[in-house]
Write a protein that binds this ligand. Structure first.
Ligand code: FAD
Ligand code: PHB
Length: 389
């Protein structure tokens, strides 16, 4: 087989890259180790920055998003027993859309398959060769066990944080910057109507809590927990009890059937550079953010927007400079998103060894945020998505 761009991974990064390239007339092949049902059912991110929603609409993927996505003017922050609304539209004229990552994935899969494109699902033993400068190749075993090789001009490593592309780069060529947080999020999806129209980020002495949603009848709720929390110790009654304690003061949380429960540890990771020869890393394969700033999926789409443009310029005009500056261009945005996600995380979570000074300092910062339009604008600008250069 032969293609222009071989894409490993059919998450938001890989699928969006394939979609953008197709619009530029650039051929690609997408390989995914999971099944279509699995990737379309995986519940993950929920908040879409304004420019991402605009990009989906502009590139013909917006019909369901515009029908089913929930446009939010801002978010709520709860602390010391009161709720504060930050109205992004009023502050900076922007908004966010709540629309599940799995819905974005479904829309992208439908567009690719409907448009005659292919996604090779359930591939195994994926490996990449000769991407340092020569003629890159992807090898894998197809769903029916056939050994296949694809010759490509470029490889896009969009295979998430546990993929094969990043570890295939020679040791020493990448530098990894990392921070582990001593806590995680216990998340549930529940059949419970929203107690509040917009998200609530709650600072509470028992630990952080987040109220989000997927539809007018489905809530997505999170609790700060230990990084290695044992789910067996969290029967539904305990989860609801804790949610009422952390979020209940500011809203009337209705209990409902719990459809999903899981624990996510939290870390920050960036690898530099995001390119090695003809291999380009995009999305979670190059960086991970803690979910508090709702940045992961948005950053993945930002990377492939840069990459698709650079590839389009290369194929149209033979320009290589945008490909050469890919990593530098992306990393400027990545580090700002890392900073914001770290800031939201440390502002809202209880440090494991919290002392009275730390709590007072956090409360003072929250009080400042609640009272300062300048501080609110800075949060709004980062949360809704920073402008591109
Ligand atoms: P992925 O979505 O991980 O996709 C990578 C794909 O590659 C996967 O389908 C995987 O199966 C495939 N793959 C892996 N290895 C191979 C291989 N060897 N061969 C072939 N295929 C392979 N982000 C936000 O923006 N907003 C939020 O509100 C938000 N909330 C989150 C909440 C939770 C609980 C979690 C866990 C994450 C959240 N995120 C959020 C982060 C977001 O989900 C990720 O950043 C996003 O999925 C990154 O997309 P990606 O395409 O880079 O990687
Ligand atoms: C979600 O809806 O899943 C969600 C919302 C906001 C976050 C993280 C996750 O910061």
């Amino acid at each position: 087989m032969r293609t222009q761009v071989g894409i490993v991974g059919a998450g938001p990064a890989g699928l969006m890259l394939a979609h953008l390239l197709r619009r530029e007339g650039i051929d690609s092949v997408v390989l995914e180790r999971r099944s279509r049902d699995y990737i379309e059912g995986r519940i993950r991110a929920g908040v879409i920055e304004q420019w991402v929603a605009d990009l989906l609409v502009e590139t013909g993927l917006g019909a369901r998003l515009q029908r089913e996505g929930l446009v939010h003017r801002g978010i709520n922050i709860s602390f010391a027993g009161s709720l504060h609304h930050l109205d992004f539209t009023d502050l900076i004229g922007k908004h966010i859309t709540v629309y599940g990552q799995q819905e974005v994935v479904k829309d992208l899969v439908a567009a690719r398959l409907g448009g005659g494109g292919e996604i090779l699902f359930e591939v195994e033993d994926v490996g990449i060769d000769d991407f340092a400068g020569g003629a890159p190749r992807i090898r894998f075993r197809s769903k029916v066990g056939e050994a296949i090789e694809i010759d490509c001009d470029f490889i896009a490593g969009c295979d998430g944080s546990h993929g094969v592309c990043r570890p295939s780069i020679p040791r020493g060529a990448l530098t990894s910057f990392e921070r582990e947080y001593p806590f995680g999020w216990l998340g549930i999806l529940a059949e419970s109507p929203p107690p509040c129209e917009e998200l609530i980020y709650a600072y509470h002495e028992r630990g952080f809590g987040l109220y989000s949603m997927r539809s007018p009848t489905l809530s997505r709720l999170y609790l700060q927990c230990a990084a290695d929390e044992d789910l067996n110790e969290w029967p539904d009654e305990r989860v609801w009890h804790e949610l009422h304690a952390r979020l209940g003061g500011s809203s009337k949380l209705a209990e409902g059937k719990v459809l999903l429960k899981g624990v996510t540890p939290m870390r920050s990771v960036v690898v530099e550079p995001m390119q090695y020869g003809k291999l380009f890393l995009a999305g979670d394969s190059a960086h991970i953010v803690p979910p508090t700033g709702a940045k992961g999926m948005n950053l993945a789409i930002a990377d492939v927007r840069v990459l698709a443009r650079a590839l389009a310029e290369f194929y149209r005009f033979g320009r290589g400079d945008l490909l050469e500056s890919y990593s530098h261009t992306c990393l400027r945005r990545v580090w700002k998103a890392q900073r914001f996600s770290w800031w939201m995380t440390t502002l809202l979570h209880q440090p494991v060894d919290a002392n009275a000074f730390d709590r007072r300092r956090q409360l003072a910062e929250l009080d400042y945020l609640a009272g300062s339009r300048h501080a609110q604008r800075a949060l709004a600008e980062n949360y809704t998505g920073l402008p591109f250069d």
